[in-house]
Ligand binder design. Structure first.
Ligand code: AMP
Length: 491
């Protein structure tokens, strides 16, 4: 314990987590089965984080918490656990981080006792000045219990001079920079808030007389709740016995919702900002087929993430669609395994070729993104071994050339294939006959916007453009995240 503490004071506490967590949140007010519905909601959000899950409930007097590593079903699959979480209000969280040890103390929701009572917080997103604030807070005597950026918000709430919970939360959030969709639980309310740019999603739903907050609408569907609306960028909603109140406590800025949620992260059956994720993905596939047509016999998705875009591509190109690669669903998301060697192993465990639909054919493979290039390289090799005569790869995102600092898990820039090679170089490396990515304008058309407006783009597309809409305060104190130069020229 002593050793741990001194490390926290002298090293970068976030190194372990690389500050790149992606998560899902859920909250419910006014239901007798609050914890049980939260477990179901988190189960629907499992794709947003498989490392750990947690629920905090309250009966209006005491708080009850259960948190653990692993899947939602592993932690909340029994009635006995749910029974330990009584009350009509609850919030929950699913989490992953790519590297570093999985520490139980980092599993959310975080909970603390304040002057005004207890407060639990679940956070999806990533703060970009957390380290800077943490150093200041440690100097002021705050003792941190975890290495998550979210704990900075907890301490800022604790030291705020305002009196009400909502004023303190607002006061804290005015000091943080970055992306956050939060659900908070107090003894008598559930609070939801989205950062001023609305980078990460958060939706509001209703189940009879109960209010629900969730990262995605699929978490409302699972409990039979009705979708009410998205929580707006910069909006804070307070749900208590008087109903729902909405505040806009931040300086208004133009919304920049994360475009990668549409491309990959969200579940395809979710509706975000009024647009179906599935439809966007299909439209990207159509745009791709228009932009980079190739003569071929079959369109094959890299499952599952490539499926809707491949459907769109096949329909537009008038080429048969086949499930030429079958995915084993009992293996977690390849990308998030902690080490390179396991990641390689994961790809092999995860996919198998459906030979009858590949042998002797010119294949168009469709996937959503190339990050390190591990998946594509393995899949292409597998498809060639299954007898494809030509392999053409089509990617439903522009090249991922920059790391995300707002909550999507991406490796450092050095490890991004597109930051190191141009398209021809990448094609050679992954072993395809041709490789094409959707253009940025094509992507904007698919999400329903005319084109990316250079000065005021409608989305956060920093992973493709390096145009970071929120200052990277912690990064600028150290190495410039954009300073890494390409090894083989432009892309
Ligand atoms: P890689 O194998 O490193 O090139 O990663 C690309 C694969 O990982 C694609 O098949 C994507 O579906 C998936 N992927 C892309 N971004 C992420 C992410 N942030 N988290 C988890 N998986 C991802």
């Amino acid at each position: 314990m002593t050793q741990d503490f001194s490390q926290m004071l002298t090293t970068n506490p976030f190194d372990d987590d690389k500050l790149k967590e992606e998560c899902g949140v859920f909250g419910i007010f006014g239901h007798n089965g609050a914890a049980s519905l939260t477990a179901l909601g988190l189960h629907a959000l499992q794709h947003r984080g498989q490392e750990a899950a947690g629920i905090v409930s309250t009966d209006g007097e005491h708080f009850h918490s259960h948190r653990g590593s692993g899947h939602v079903a592993d932690n909340f699959g029994t009635e006995a656990v749910i029974k330990k979480l009584p009350g009509t209000m609850a919030i929950g969280h699913v989490r992953y981080s790519t590297t570093g040890e999985t520490m139980l103390r980092n599993v959310q929701p975080l909970f603390a006792d304040f002057e005004f009572g207890g407060l639990a917080i679940g956070h999806n997103g990533n703060l970009t000045n957390a380290l800077t604030l943490r150093k200041q807070l440690v100097r002021r005597g705050c003792l941190f219990q975890s290495t998550t950026d979210t704990e900075v918000i907890v301490h800022l709430i604790a030291i705020s001079l305002y009196s009400t919970v909502e004023e303190r939360v607002i006061d804290a959030l005015r000091q943080v920079e970055g992306a956050y969709s939060l659900v908070c639980l107090t003894q008598n309310s559930v609070i939801g808030v989205r950062d001023p740019l609305g980078i990460r999603p958060l939706v509001l739903g209703k189940l009879g007389g109960s209010w629900i907050l969730a990262s995605e609408s699929c978490a409302l569907d699972i409990v039979g709740a009705e979708f009410v609306r998205d929580v707006e960028a910069g909006e804070l909603v307070i749900i208590d016995h008087n109903g729902l109140r909405s505040l806009k406590p931040f300086h208004k800025v133009k919304q920049r919702f994360c475009i990668f949620e549409y491309i990959y992260f969200a579940r395809p059956d979710s509706v975000m900002e009024g647009t179906s994720v599935y439809e966007v993905r299909k439209r990207i596939g159509q745009e791709l087929a228009r932009e980079s047509h190739v003569e071929a016999d079959v369109v094959i998705p890299v499952p599952d993430s490539g499926v809707p875009a491949a459907l769109g591509y096949a329909a537009q190109a008038n080429i048969p669609f086949e499930l030429g690669i079958i995915r084993n669903h009992y293996v977690g998301r390849t990308f998030i395994e902690p080490t390179d060697s396991i990641r390689h192993l994961g790809v092999k465990l995860k996919h198998n070729a459906n030979r009858a639909h590949i042998a002797g054919k010119r294949v168009v493979l469709v996937d959503d993104s190339i990050v390190r290039g591990t998946t594509s390289t393995k899949i292409v090799e597998m498809v060639r071994q299954a007898g494809a005569t030509e392999v053409h790869m089509r990617i439903s995102s522009p090249p991922t050339t920059y790391s995300c600092f707002y909550g999507i898990d991406t490796p450092e820039r050095e490890k991004l294939l597109a930051a190191r090679y141009d398209v021809a170089g990448m094609a050679k490396l992954i072993g395809v006959d041709s490789l094409a990515f959707i253009s940025l304008d094509g992507l904007y058309r698919a999400v329903g916007e005319e084109a990316r407006d250079g000065e005021h783009p409608q989305y956060c597309d920093a992973c493709f453009t390096g145009d970071y809409p929120i200052t990277l305060t912690d990064q600028s104190g150290g190495e410039d995240p954009c300073a890494f130069s390409t090894l083989t020229g432009g892309h």
